[in-house]
Ligand binder design. Sequence first.
Ligand SMILES: [Zn+2]
Ligand SMILES: [Zn+2]
Length: 364
Amino acid sequence: MKDYYKILGVEKEASEEDIKKAYRKLAHEYHPDKAGGNANKFKEISEAYEILSDREKRTKYDRFGTAEGFDFSGGAPFSGGGAGPFSGFGFDFSEMPDTEDIFEMFFGGGFPGRQKRRVYKRGSDLEYEILITLEEAFLGIVKKVEFPVLTKCETCKGKGFDEKKGFVKCPVCGGRGEVKETKRTFFGSFAQVKQCANCFGTGEMPNAPCAKCKGSGRMSGKKMAEVEILSGVADGQVIKIKGGGEAGERGTEDGDLYIRVKINKHSVFERRGDDLLINKKISAIDAILGEEIKIKTIEGKETKANIPPGFNLKNPLTIFGEGMPRLGSFGRGNLVINFEIETPKKISRNAKELLEKLKREMEE
Ligand SMILES: [Zn+2]
Ligand SMILES: [Zn+2]
């Protein structure tokens, strides 16, 4: 069993502040990016910190003396995942952001005087609902939707600037497209070459923004999407159309479009999974005579069913294979008929006599 307190070099009664302090000190010492760092040791102290800095996990650890079965995936500072050297811990250095970002992940907050990079936003995702009939859900249908949305500026092709007005050398990187950054972080100083954020690595800046979109690369417009709805679609099914949403700023990625399929309530059929339920009125006489009944299916064709003799009309009658198509297979659900027995309102003397005769016969 690992003694997390010992790993961090703190007492069992250590305050949250003490634990944080101890961790910072050790993390500084062992961070693998540093000369003399030790990845295994760093991993160990990070694990200890993760448990002891979380009140709930710490309580559990104190009580059960183990971290086994803890969920490292949720809410933890390390949620990288992947098959790295520390995959058991869900931790992979190769996927880790740079040191500064790690620091932020741990302790929140940035560094004083740190320059915010200009970042253009990807387009927003959109959700759109389409209403279809049960018949359309049965057959499958291609629906066209058109909606107002920010689209890529046609004048500048989304770039946001006027190409014809020419370019100047980027003043930030001097035209190199790269900048060297020396970062003083908690773990030490690091020099890094990065893409110039001002010109996005192109080394030049346009002289003039696009007059049409004022530099955003987008303008209000309309988009159209064709959605293929498969036969047997479920109510509430969501279909994703990648890039079908709002245009991104300055040519960044478009958002996605999510189409939610809503099936209108049908006047005759009630859908339950792949089955279709129907209520059928039947006269008492027909019920006794075991009359053949006719039902119009969802396809609009007529189907016949016989009520078997002795059939209890309280039970539904199932016609197999006349329900909704099963998504992803060739089968179909069933048509389930619920009976409602109607007794005649008026009855002739003659009919009454016959029925009484029948009654006596049945009682014999
Ligand atoms: Zn630049
Ligand atoms: Zn434009």
